[in-house]
Design a protein around this ligand. Structure first.
Ligand SMILES: [Fe+2]
Ligand SMILES: [Fe+2]
Length: 274
């Protein structure tokens, strides 16, 4: 099974440029072309928030138009730039609200060998993430339903500090409470996040946790405590997850674009090309 994670798309209506500079619609279109060309085809795509830049219904509509080109099924959770109501109105089929409490956009997908659970970590009007007791109880109940099935959690806000200080102040502020729940369910294999626009990995209480890069702009890699919030146009990348038949979950980064190659290592006679 192969999953792709697309995060932090920051789509704006009318093809307006994000921050006056970034053609996020074009970056998403290229990322979708890249995903559609992968072989074997990806089984599903996780959209982990900041799908729109301004959260307006028009932004969501522009996102819907672009996602129409994506061949794989997708699941979405919101980020701090999104608006729950406009996402819910635009994508009524993309959100599984089964047993989901309150206004939250929570997702469960059972049809793959890897069970997928999407968490809504947003706080309306705030950049940081939070999981209240209601959402954590929902997660605990969903995990209790399938204790033997490998499970991947996806959400927008990372539950750890990256060293990028202006981002760390707006990460998930209830990380300890989240991992109190996850630690009770050893089938949880990974927590896949967005928000930081960079590829970052760590381990918390034995569970792999990662942040996926954006297919558009990257947050500047600057560990100085006083670094000003800024972005750089790093090569766009997508995170992939592969669950092999033995149950091993691995993660890859795939650069979006056309690159020289593939070139063979071996000549037709079987010898290594020297
Ligand atoms: Fe973002
Ligand atoms: Fe974000």
């Amino acid at each position: 099974m192969i999953l792709a994670q697309l995060t932090d798309l920051h789509i704006k209506a009318g093809r307006h440029l994000a921050y006056g500079r970034v053609d996020t619609a074009d970056f998403l279109a290229r990322a979708i072309d890249h995903l559609n060309a992968l072989r074997p085809a990806v089984d599903a795509v996780l959209l982990s928030g900041d799908l729109t830049d301004g959260g307006t219904p028009e932004d969501s509509s522009a996102l819907r138009d672009l996602l129409g080109a994506l061949r794989a099924p997708w699941l979405a959770v919101p980020g701090n730039h999104d608006d729950r109501a406009s996402l819910r109105a635009t994508f009524p089929e993309g959100i599984d609200r089964r047993a989901a409490p309150g206004p939250f956009l929570l997702v469960v997908e059972d049809r793959f060998p890897l069970r997928l659970i999407g968490l809504d970590t947003t706080v309306p009007g705030q950049p940081h993430g939070h999981l209240c007791a209601e959402r954590l109880a929902w997660l605990d109940a969903r995990l209790a339903e399938a204790p033997a099935k490998p499970t991947l959690i996806f959400q927008h806000h990372p539950p750890f500090e990256t060293g990028l200080c202006h981002m760390d102040v707006q990460n998930l502020r209830t990380a300890d409470a989240l991992f109190e729940v996850l630690a009770r369910h050893p089938q949880v294999r990974h927590v896949a996040c967005g928000h930081v626009h960079r590829a970052v990995e760590t381990t918390i209480r034995g569970i792999g946790v990662s942040i996926a890069p954006s297919p558009a702009h990257a947050v500047t890699l600057d560990f100085h405590p006083d670094a000003a919030p800024s972005f750089t146009m790093d090569p766009p990348m997508i995170r992939l997850f592969r669950l092999d038949p033995a149950g091993l979950l691995t993660s890859h980064l795939s650069a979006v674009g056309r690159f020289d190659g593939p070139h063979p290592f071996f000549a037709p006679d079987g010898g290594l090309i020297g």
